[in-house]
Design a protein around this ligand. Structure first.
Ligand code: PGA
Length: 245
């Protein structure tokens, strides 16, 4: 029998928040004993966030090791701080910065050979869902990373986030059934390739909030959340953490 997967509640502040909000979270976040909590902060706050309550993560990293890449931040730099996780392939990066599956795959391969744990983000736009092509779309996103990373994908990757783009920041959440359906597909697809995928944490992201957290997190293959808007409000975020415990 496989062990129970421990839930992860991950906040993604995006380009929001400030030093005062970070201090509020450091003081008032209630981390449950039975779940892990992570905040993915804007780069300038990463160095100010070390404490023992919750893990910290970055929201992206460069695909390059170092060099003439103005404005980029390397994995090595993140390792210099107490950064434990990095989000890779968020749909806002894919959209705003033209990050292709190939770039995402390269970043994933680099991260999997570092000490930082990547959270691979995948998820479909609305027209793909309306055309009924969700599984093929997320499978192609996974395949690009699998092809680049080889065995490291199963040996080292701990966390994938399924975030349907139409649900991000829109207040339109996937229903627990819609989310579970895709999570179940991802789990089955990966487990067929390597049984270790039964232990991977699959997070749901897309308008997860204090009201819908319990129902989403109760689904069999939903092992936590990647939370944008609701991770900026300490009371809501505490409710979500509680829902995961
Ligand atoms: P949201 O963002 O919770 O504001 O929809 C989720 C995400 O983009 O990670």
């Amino acid at each position: 029998m496989s062990e129970v997967r421990r839930k992860l509640v991950a906040g993604n502040w995006k380009m929001n928040g400030d030093r005062a909000l970070l201090n509020t979270f450091i003081e008032q976040l209630n981390v449950p004993q039975s779940a892990d909590v992570l905040l993915c902060l804007p780069y300038p706050y990463l160095g100010l966030a070390s404490q023992n309550k919750f893990s910290i993560g970055a929201q992206d990293c460069s695909e390059h090791e170092k060099g003439a890449h103005t404005g980029d931040v390397s994995l090595q730099m993140l390792q210099d701080l107490s950064v434990e996780y990095v989000i890779i392939g968020h749909s806002e990066r894919r959209q705003d910065h033209n990050e292709s599956n190939a770039v995402v795959a390269k970043k994933m391969a680099n991260a999997l050979s570092s000490n930082i744990k990547p959270i691979l983000c995948i998820g479909e736009p609305l027209e793909v869902r309306e055309n009924g092509d969700v599984f093929a779309y997320v499978q192609a996103q996974l395949d690009a990373v699998l092809a680049q990373c080889g065995d490291a994908f199963f040996e080292k990757l701990t966390t994938i986030a399924y975030e349907p783009i139409w649900a991000i920041g829109t207040g339109k959440t996937a229903t627990p059934e819609q989310a579970q359906e895709v999570h179940g597909f991802i789990r089955e697809y990966l487990t067929q390739k390597n049984a270790k995928a039964s232990q991977m944490r699959l997070l749901y992201g897309g308008s997860l909030n204090a009201s819908n957290a319990t129902a989403l997190l109760a689904q069999k293959d939903i092992d936590g959340g990647l939370i944008g808007g609701a991770s900026l409000k300490i009371d809501d975020f505490n409710v979500i953490c509680q829902a995961a415990s």
